[in-house]
Design a protein around this ligand. Structure first.
Ligand SMILES: *Cc1c(COP(=O)(O)O)cnc(C)c1O
Length: 501
């Protein structure tokens, strides 16, 4: 399989190179030149396999420069026993005859990013052996919460890697901060920045483009890399769970062979829902994708009008992982809808860079509406949805998942579509205990562990083990630095690592 850039379709690389480079030099994203096919016979075969075998099968179609042994090794390390609390890895829960929930949060950080970030480090180190043998990789992350912790857990103690996470001192939730500063592992570091998320992200971006720093690190055999969601190595693991969910539904008699389903995804950077779209193009029987946004509803407007406009108010919501105005992975969808026309993509994205907006062609607008329904939900309705879903099903959901439930109900109201539907659930409600408590009409203590205990008592649901274990962990990382010292910090600490061996 060959990968091309969305901004230069004659630039061709293999999957290892796409994963090592992350982003293409021309600013585009790597996409497969042609998607592989998964037939209904393949689907039947997958139905009787474990999650690890299903993942190996799907990955082998994309990573054709990896051996089967390499793929199995990567996948086994990512989804081995003990890392995920459910043997199914990504469990499908039936709420009623046509409403199913795909729980993507049984990993070590209780958010769906684990599904990809547990696997990415192994795909990356295997790719590095092929492309730049002998080098160590240093992962730099700027985080507003979920990604940092999920990347730390994914990379901890992975040979040949080290990871450094920068977070804004006052820009992450108490739970997210505590999850990060108590992180264990011998190759991890966490540092807070006096500033906001943009300061942290700009600092990291500057370091990535700093040629002199890059050369210095290179001399010491260190290559900088990122773990952000535009890397192909983060997208491909996400395709797997949509196939896996359908197989589970087949196995349990919830769908017949070939029966169409809808998929609802709470969306920010467009990675998760794009993976579902790719699954459909590969042969998964899907009718409609329901793209659910919070008050940052740039995608809702885009799907409904064909105009993408990031010049709008930014809202900080109770579903913070979807507080995004530039959905990076949308570029991959557009490339597909424009039939791989790289010039069109360059044109759209130079408009986005220069004026903050673009509009797609009439033909693309029609295609977009064929596959996608877009809707959004504000904080008040998100809270109401958490309460309604709990009252109706005794099923507790987090604010991100609640956005998806709410938009799905809007879709049902408008369309009366009785198709069986999979709703992607992206975080454990215990990660957002304070807002979940308030949603169901309870007060919340300031202490995160009090919140978690209270939520468990009131709802009679189980506290996920990673959150329970957090209580006894020691704080390891206390350093706060100014935003101008990030470069120095990277240099100093990288060389310490080298001296330490
Ligand atoms: C990252 C995240 C999302 C958004 O996923 P995208 O792939 O960026 O669209 C939704 N919910 C949670 C809990 C997340 O962490």
């Amino acid at each position: 399989m060959v990968y091309i850039s969305t901004r230069n379709n004659s630039l061709k690389v293999n999957s290892a190179k796409a994963i090592v480079n992350g982003i293409s030099k021309d600013g585009g994203l790597f996409v497969p030149e042609k998607l592989p096919n998964i037939s209904l016979t393949d689907l039947n075969g997958l139905t009787n396999m474990s999650y690890i075998d299903r993942a190996s099968f799907i990955l082998s179609k994309f990573l054709t420069d990896f051996t089967n042994e390499e793929i199995l090794e990567c996948v086994s390390r990512a989804y081995s026993k003990g890392k995920f609390s459910s043997d199914d890895i990504a469990e499908v829960v039936k709420l009623d005859n046509d409403r199913f929930v795909l729980e993507l949060w049984h990993g070590p950080t209780c958010a769906f990013k684990d599904m990809a970030l547990q696997l990415l480090p192994h795909l990356l180190t295997t790719s590095m052996k092929k492309e730049v043998g002998g080098k160590n990789v240093k992962i730099l992350v700027a985080t507003s919460g979920d990604t940092g912790k999920a990347a730390l857990e994914g990379f901890k103690d992975v040979d040949g890697t080290s990871i450094l996470v920068f977070y804004p001192e006052d820009g992450v939730s108490d739970m997210q901060k505590f999850q990060m500063i108590t992180q264990d592992g011998k190759n991890v570091d966490v540092c807070s920045i006096k500033g906001n998320f943009d300061d942290a992200q700009n600092g990291v971006k500057k370091i990535f483009t700093d040629k002199e720093l890059g050369e210095q690190l290179n001399k010491n055999n260190v290559l900088l890399s990122s773990a952000n969601s535009i890397n192909w190595g983060r997208l491909v693991p996400q395709i797997v769970y949509y196939f896996s969910a359908y197989c589970d539904m087949l196995k349990n008699g919830h769908v017949c062979e070939g029966e169409l389903v809808n998929i609802v995804v709470p969306t920010g950077n467009f990675g998760n829902i794009l993976a579902a779209y790719y699954a459909k193009k590969m042969g998964l029987p899907v009718k409609k994708f329901i793209c659910a946004s919070n008050s940052n509803n740039v995608l809702t407007d885009f799907i409904n009008t064909g105009k993408y406009n990031k010049n709008r108010k930014f809202y900080s919501t109770i579903s913070p992982s979807m507080d995004i105005l530039i959905s990076s992975n949308l570029e991959r969808l557009l490339f597909d809808l424009y039939n791989g026309n790289d010039e069109q993509i360059c044109d759209l994205y130079s408009k986005l860079t220069n004026g903050g907006s673009f509009e797609v062609s009439e033909e693309v607008k029609i295609k977009l509406k064929d596959d996608f329904y877009g809707g959004f939900c504000d904080d008040i309705n998100t809270k109401e949805t958490i309460k309604n879903v709990f009252d109706k099903y005794k099923y507790l959901i987090d604010p991100h998942t609640a956005v998806a439930f709410n938009v799905y109900d809007q879709y049902l109201d408008q369309t009366k579509d009785g198709t069986k539907t999979i709703i992607a659930s992206t975080a454990s409600p215990y990660k957002f205990a304070k807002d979940v408590l308030r949603s169901i009409g309870k007060s919340a203590d300031e202490n995160i562990f009090e919140q978690v205990d209270k939520l468990a008592k009131i709802t009679k649901t189980e506290i996920p083990k990673p959150i329970l274990d957090l209580n006894s962990k020691e704080v390891r990382f206390k350093k706060v630095i100014s935003k101008n010292s990030m470069r120095t910090y990277v240099l100093d600490n990288t060389f310490c690592e080298k001296i330490r061996g």
